[in-house]
Design a binder for this molecule. Structure first.
Ligand code: SAM
Length: 206
């Protein structure tokens, strides 16, 4: 799964393989999308931000009733596909998709009422995780909330990690020890640096 520049397709989908991967994620992540949509309880007046939005599938299928939506992703292919998928809303002025880095959000403070990022935070290295959380906090309004999904360390993911599909896993011993344990490394980031109050929800309870 290695791609150009040392980035895997999971980190930066591109080309034909990227398209296939994105389509397979749309199928494989269906339970996650559904659970997140349920947990977010998106209201008509909400202004939603999705970081690492992939091909815009969640916004298209689960946020059609929301006042305004924005997606950001590092992959040109993702933004191209997300734009195509959500063309009508973009033309109507209630959606935008931006090519960019989670650590540098191109929006003003307090713009969004809710933010989410699914199956992507696990790919961020510690500095990227830290900066992106600060940015998400900055662009959220007072009383707004962020819903992140992080998978549990199942056997299959352990094998994937050992196959180095998740580069952050090999960043350092600290990350290796706590990679999927949001309660330790990443929850600590939330508390110490980002400003968020936090709670952890097990997906089976969402
Ligand atoms: C595993 S995919 C998940 C896509 C989508 N959230 C979904 O569940 O279908 C990870 C996504 O994170 C994006 N990504 C990785 N690092 C990023 C960064 N630093 N800033 C913004 N997007 C990033 C990739 O381009 C890719 O689209």
């Amino acid at each position: 799964m290695e791609a150009e520049g040392g980035k895997t397709q999971f980190e930066l989908p591109r080309g034909f393989a990227g398209r296939i991967l994105l389509m397979s994620m749309n199928l494989g992540h269906k339970t996650i999308y559904k659970s997140v949509a349920k947990a977010l309880e998106l209201r008509a007046e909400d202004s939603l931000l999705e970081i690492a939005c992939g091909n815009g599938h969640f916004i298209k299928n689960y946020a059609s009733h929301v006042h305004s939506v924005a997606g950001l992703d590092l992959s040109e292919l993702c933004i191209k596909l997300a734009t195509k998928k959500n063309k009508k809303r973009i033309v109507a002025g209630s959606a935008e998709f931006v090519l960019g880095e989670a650590t540098q959000l191109p929006w003003e403070d307090n713009k969004f009422s809710v933010a989410t990022s699914m199956s992507s935070f696990l790919l961020f290295t510690k500095p990227v995780a830290l900066e992106s959380l600060k940015e998400m906090y900055r662009v959220l309004r007072e009383g707004g909330y962020l819903f992140l999904t992080v998978p549990s360390m199942s056997l299959i993911r352990r094998i994937k990690a050992l196959l180095r599909i998740y580069p952050a896993f090999n960043d350092s011993n600290e990350i290796r020890d706590t990679f999927y344990h949001i309660k330790s490394f990443k929850l600590q980031i939330f508390h110490n640096f980002s400003g968020f109050d936090t709670s952890v929800i097990s997906m089976s309870h969402v």
